[in-house]
Design a protein around this ligand. Structure first.
Ligand code: FAD
Length: 493
């Protein structure tokens, strides 16, 4: 291999990290873990893999659940090692962009953009220890997506290494088919080596609010009203929702207050409250120079008419970075207790508005009525904020819900076995299929091409065309199990 490579680490202890991911349920060993120095290295690796009948997986921060960033006997690219590009550009008072390398962590993007020019990306994930290339290969959703769309709607240019080993800069106007293929493309069409991400002025303060509901229809009515308000200043800057068991487990009522001095006064709950409750989580951005009475008035105006339980409203004011890094605190606690490093049989689904009430009745209120030992997210997004030219598969309806079952339980034998939790996830997916829901898995995991065909629906032929065009040998992202590696009989190791 060429000397331009920063380093190449063959199998063994140094490559062991490439055989693991956050899900902790799969482990396949690569032939080598490679730390590329730049796009040229990535291109050389892909071309070499073509000759040697190998596969190549770009590994972001390995936060996949089901081995999506692994390559069984293949080459794994350690994308965070490729620290070759980071440039913040302000184009006007209120706009700008950042050019970052594909393995950059969103946490670093946040810190550098805010510190270098008081700007920040518009659309986030809840947790920022994820890479730019990793979330752009899926979508990247959070409480800002209702307004700005997912992260893939906030990128204007990419540098990509295709499965043919070609380096290509693409955008909506330049090599647009490649640009849209790669966004939400599950790593199938190219390795993202650089992304240009839109920026806007960063606020310095955030008011974070939680509003408790006992009835799912009141919860969804208010959530949908907030995400569809016409004018930005009539709604919030971030909107998410959660379901929780109505009990005193750590993921039940005690999980709702936002600071130690707040308590969940259960006497406020109406007698008819059932076994599952809900809360909306909202955030309002402001500047530290704003008067608190103006902030209070602005927030109260936005909350007017909402049907949450009186007396069960919680709020805190915190810095913008602290708000965006809120899951990092949970990570520290989880690492200390061991649940961060236990297996995570997570399930993420997009469920259409037309099916979400039934989903609540059967999944939240029956199958998961005792909770899952972690957060259960449920909040609406708007399809018109997503670009249909990307590779993401979405439900058909204009409003659909993100449902994320983020299980954090101690490893068996202290907790339930991973198999039983995976079986529960499968039961939920089977139920959605049986009822013919309009739904799609987010961060999907399927083993057979038949299932992938069903997942992509009438977009499948386009996905096949894209694969044939940009990665005809099936070299890239083998851990997604969508396309087989096409072996070239004239090549051998
Ligand atoms: P990896 O898991 O390493 O890779 C994911 C896939 O992308 C693989 O197929 C890999 O080959 C491919 N890939 C990685 N880098 C590149 C690249 N540069 N070019 C091309 N392909 C690449 N998601 C959300 O949308 N919203 C959330 O709020 C959210 N919160 C999360 C919280 C936690 C604690 C965790 C563990 C995950 C969360 N996720 C969330 C999911 C996250 O988006 C996925 O795990 C995603 O895969 C990004 O993780 P990663 O950067 O580690 O990528």
């Amino acid at each position: 291999m060429r000397s331009t490579f920063k380093s190449i680490i063959h199998c063994g202890d140094a490559a062991a990290k490439a055989a693991k991911d956050f899900g902790g349920m799969n482990s396949v060993a690569p032939l080598a873990l490679i730390r590329p120095a730049g796009a040229a290295d990535v291109a050389s690796i892909v071309r070499l893999a073509a000759k040697l009948n190998l596969t190549v997986a770009a590994r972001g921060n390995g936060h996949s659940i089901n081995g999506q960033a692994m390559a069984d006997g293949g080459l794994v690219l350690d994308m965070p090692a490729m620290k070759d590009h980071f440039r913040v550009v302000r184009t006007s008072r209120n706009s700008g962009y950042v050019d970052v390398f594909g393995g950059a962590l969103w946490e670093d993007v946040l810190k550098r953009c805010v510190r270098e020019c008081g700007m920040a990306p518009r659309s986030w994930t809840d947790y920022l220890n994820l890479t730019v290339g990793g979330t752009l290969s899926n979508a990247g959703v959070s409480g800002q997506s209702f307004r700005y769309g997912p992260q893939i709607s906030n990128v204007t240019e990419l540098e990509v290494v295709t499965g043919k080993g070609e380096i290509c800069v693409c955008s909506e106007t330049q090599h647009s088919e490649l640009f849209f293929s790669v966004l939400g493309g599950l790593g199938q069409f190219g390795v993202i080596t650089r992304a240009r991400i839109l920026l806007q002025p960063a606020p310095d303060m955030v008011r974070r609010i939680r509003l408790v509901y006992t009835e799912f229809d009141a919860f969804t009515r208010d959530a949908e009203s907030l995400v569809t308000r016409r004018r930005d200043h009539d709604t919030f800057d971030y909107i998410e929702g959660f379901a929780l068991p109505n009990n005193d487990c750590p993921d039940g009522l005690p999980s709702v207050p936002l600071s130690r001095d707040q308590v969940f006064d259960r006497t406020r709950l109406p007698k008819e409250a059932g076994s599952v409750l809900y809360y909306l989580e909202l955030a309002h951005h402001y500047r530290s120079s704003d008067s608190i009475s103006d902030v209070d008035m602005g927030v109260d105006r936005r909350l007017r008419g909402l049907g949450f339980v009186e007396g069960l409203r919680f709020q805190v004011d915190l810095g913008y970075e602290e708000f965006l890094l809120r899951v990092k605190k949970e990570e520290e606690i989880g690492r200390a207790s061991g649940i961060w490093d236990s297996p995570h049989p997570w399930l993420n689904i997009f469920v259409s508005k037309s099916n979400i009430a039934d989903f609540d009745r059967v999944v939240f209120k029956e199958i998961l009525k005792d909770g899952i030992g972690g957060p259960m997210l449920v909040y609406p997004l708007r399809r018109n904020k997503w670009d249909a030219r990307t590779s993401v598969a979405l439900p058909k309806s204009e409003i659909f819900y993100v449902v994320a079952l983020l299980r954090f339980t101690p490893a068996y034998p202290k907790g339930l076995s991973c198999e039983s939790l995976v079986a529960q996830n499968q039961e939920i997916v089977r139920y959605c299929l049986k009822k013919d829901y309009d739904f799609k898995l987010y961060l999907p995991q399927y083993e057979s091409q038949e299932e992938w065909k069903r997942h992509f629906g009438n977009r499948w032929s386009r996905i096949v065309e894209r694969k044939t065009c940009y990665d005809p040998l099936g070299i890239l992202a083998p851990g997604q199990h969508i396309f087989p590696r096409i072996i070239n009989p004239s090549s051998k190791l």
